[in-house]
Write a protein that binds this ligand. Structure first.
Ligand code: GAP
Length: 457
C-alpha cells in the first residue's frame, strides 16, 4: 500500500528483487561487493532500454523534419567545460557528519539515516555534528598523455558536445531556425549520495534535445516541448495522472535557465524528476563563442540579421525512464482458482512497444517432434522482426507465467489443432494468449507476423 506521500518501500523492494531475479538490472561489480551508484543491464534490461531509446529516436529525430541526430564523444576537453561553467560551478553542497563519518548532500538530508546513531543523524538533532557545507564538484576527471599532463572530463551532460558542434551541423545540413539536435548517450556525475536503485547513479544515459530558435520564440517553444514530452510518456505507458509538472521557481533553476519545467513521476520512493524542459536562452552558444573566440552566430537570410540563437532543452534520463516503466508496469494480481484457492500472478504490464520480449513461442509438448518443428519455424520467421523467446520447459501454464513476469504481451502455442490432429478445422492456426486479459484466441500462422507487427513496433 502506498503512503500518503506516494511512497511504497515494500513495492520498491519487490521491483528491485524482480529486476535482479529475471535479469533486468544488476549492480556493477557485484561479485566484488559492488560499485556504488553504477549499474549493469542484463539481457531483459538491455532490450527494454533499447526499445525506449529507439522509440525516442524515432519520434524525436526520424519522424520530425526539424531535428537532426548526433553522437558526441564522452571524453570532453577541459576548455569546453570551463566555458560552459561546469568546472567552476557544477557542484552540490556537501556536509560530513562527525558522529557517524557519513557524507551527505546538505540540501537533501531527508530520508538518510546515520549508520551508528540512526535516531539522531544526520542533521536531525543537536547531537548530530555536521560540518559547514562546502561545494563538491560533481564531474569525473581523467588525464591524457604519458604523464597525465592533460585534463579531460567524462561529460556531465550530453548537451555540451551539441553546443560545440552546432555550427558544424548547421553548415553541413543547410537547416534553418528553429531546428534541434538530438543525442542519446552516457553522462557521468560523481553524485554524493547515489540512491533509489538506478534513480540517482554516477553513470547514466540521457536523451537530450537542444532546440535552437529565435529569441522571441523561446518561452513559447518551452511550453510546446513540455506538451510534446508529456505526450511521449503517455505513448510509452506512463499515464498523465502519474506525472507532475514542477514550474521550477526563481533561485532554484540551473544557472543557465530562464524557465524550467521538471516532469516528475510518482515513483514508489516519492515524486521525483524524470526530465527537465529548460529554456537555456543564448547562454550556451554565447559562452562558447566567447570561450573559443570564433563566431558562432546564426545568419538569418530573410532579415539579414546575425545573432546568437536561443535554446530550449528537453533533457530526459534514460535510466530513470526505464525505472519508471518498470515501476508503472509492475502488478500483482490475485487470481482465485475453481477450488477457491488464491494465487498471486506477477505481471509487468509493459506496452507491447516497450516490452523486452514481444512474443513467447511454445510447442505444447516438448516431445512432439512436429509441434517443435512448427514452433521453431515460427520462431525463425519472427526473429528478423522482433525479439522472441522459445520455451519448451514445463507445463504451458507455467511458461505463460514466466513470460507474464517479464512483461511479454503475447504467447503463441503450437498444439494438436495446429497440425490438424484434432480434425482439420483449425489446421495451420496457433493459440495466441494475451498477457493482460489471459484470454486465448486462435490465429493462423500465416497472419501472425502481420498481426504482431501492427502492435509491437
Ligand atoms: N543538460 C541538462 C541536464 O543535464 P539535468 O536536470 O541535470 O539537466 C537531465 O539532467 C536529466 O538527466 C534528469 O532529469 C534525469 O532524468 C537525468 N539525470 C541527471 N542526473 C542523473 C543521475 N545522477 N542518475 C540518473 N539520471 C540522472
Amino acid at each position: 500500500m502506498a503512503n500518503k506521500d506516494h511512497t511504497d518501500p515494500a513495492r520498491m523492494e519487490k521491483i528491485v528483487s524482480l529486476c535482479k531475479r529475471r535479469g533486468f538490472i544488476f549492480q556493477a561489480g557485484e561479485i566484488y561487493g559492488g560499485l556504488n551508484g553504477v549499474w549493469d543491464y542484463g539481457p531483459l534490461g538491455v532490450e527494454l532500454k533499447r526499445n525506449l531509446k529507439d522509440y525516442w529516436w524515432r519520434k524525436t529525430v526520424q519522424e520530425r523534419d526539424d531535428v537532426l541526430g548526433m553522437d558526441g564523444s564522452i571524453l570532453t576537453m577541459e576548455q569546453v567545460l570551463v566555458s560552459s561553467g561546469h568546472v567552476g560551478g557544477f557542484s552540490d553542497p556537501m556536509v560530513d557528519c562527525k558522529t557517524c563519518k557519513g557524507r551527505f548532500r546538505a540540501d537533501n538530508l531527508d530520508g538518510f539515516q546515520c549508520k551508528e546513531k540512526p535516531s539522531v543523524c544526520p542533521g536531525q538533532s543537536p547531537k548530530c555534528d555536521l560540518t559547514e557545507p562546502r561545494q563538491f564538484n560533481l564531474m569525473l576527471q581523467t588525464n591524457f598523455g604519458a604523464t597525465g599532463e592533460q585534463i579531460a572530463y567524462l561529460r556531465p551532460e550530453t548537451a555540451q558536445s551539441i553546443f560545440c558542434q552546432y555550427k558544424n551541423v548547421l553548415d553541413s545540413n543547410r537547416v534553418k531556425l528553429p531546428f534541434g539536435i538530438a543525442q542519446v548517450g552516457k553522462s557521468f556525475r560523481n553524485e554524493i549520495n547515489p540512491r533509489n536503485f538506478t534513480f540517482r547513479s554516477r553513470e547514466f544515459e540521457q536523451m537530450e534535445i537542444e532546440y535552437f530558435c529565435h529569441p522571441e520564440d523561446g518561452m513559447r517553444l518551452t511550453d510546446e516541448w513540455l506538451e510534446t514530452r508529456l505526450a511521449f510518456y503517455e505513448e510509452i505507458g506512463i499515464p498523465r495522472e502519474k506525472l507532475h509538472i514542477l514550474d521550477v521557481p526563481d533561485g532554484e533553476r540551473a544557472f543557465y535557465s530562464k524557465k524550467t519545467y521538471d516532469i516528475e513521476y510518482e515513483f514508489p520512493f516519492g515524486i521525483q524528476e524524470l526530465e527537465g524542459v529548460a529554456y537555456r536562452t543564448d547562454y550556451d552558444i554565447g559562452v562558447h563563442q566567447k570561450g573559443c573566440g570564433k563566431p558562432l552566430e546564426y545568419f538569418d537570410e530573410e532579415t539579414k540579421q546575425r545573432f546568437i540563437p536561443h535554446v530550449v532543452e528537453p533533457s530526459a534520463g534514460c535510466d530513470r525512464t526505464v525505472l519508471a516503466l518498470i515501476c508503472e508496469a509492475f502488478d500483482e494480481e490475485t487470481l482465485t482458482d475453481d477450488k477457491g484457492k488464491d494465487d498471486v500472478r506477477t505481471v509487468l504490464r509493459f506496452k507491447p512497444t516497450m516490452a523486452p520480449i514481444k512474443v513467447g513461442i511454445f510447442p505444447l509438448l516438448k516431445k512432439n517432434e512436429e509441434q517443435v518443428r512448427v514452433a521453431r519455424e515460427i520462431q525463425k520467421k519472427l526473429q528478423p522482426w522482433m525479439n522472441v523467446f522459445y520455451d519448451d520447459g514445463g507445463a504451458v501454464g507455467r511458461r505463460y507465467r514466466r513470460q507474464d513476469e517479464v512483461g511479454t504481451p503475447y504467447c503463441v502455442t503450437v498444439d494438436f489443432d495446429t497440425l490438424g490432429e484434432n480434425g482439420d478445422e483449425l489446421k495451420g492456426t496457433v493459440t495466441l494468449r494475451h498477457r493482460d486479459s489471459m484470454e486465448q484466441e486462435r490465429i493462423s500462422v500465416d497472419a501472425l507476423l502481420g498481426w504482431l507487427l501492427e502492435r509491437v513496433r
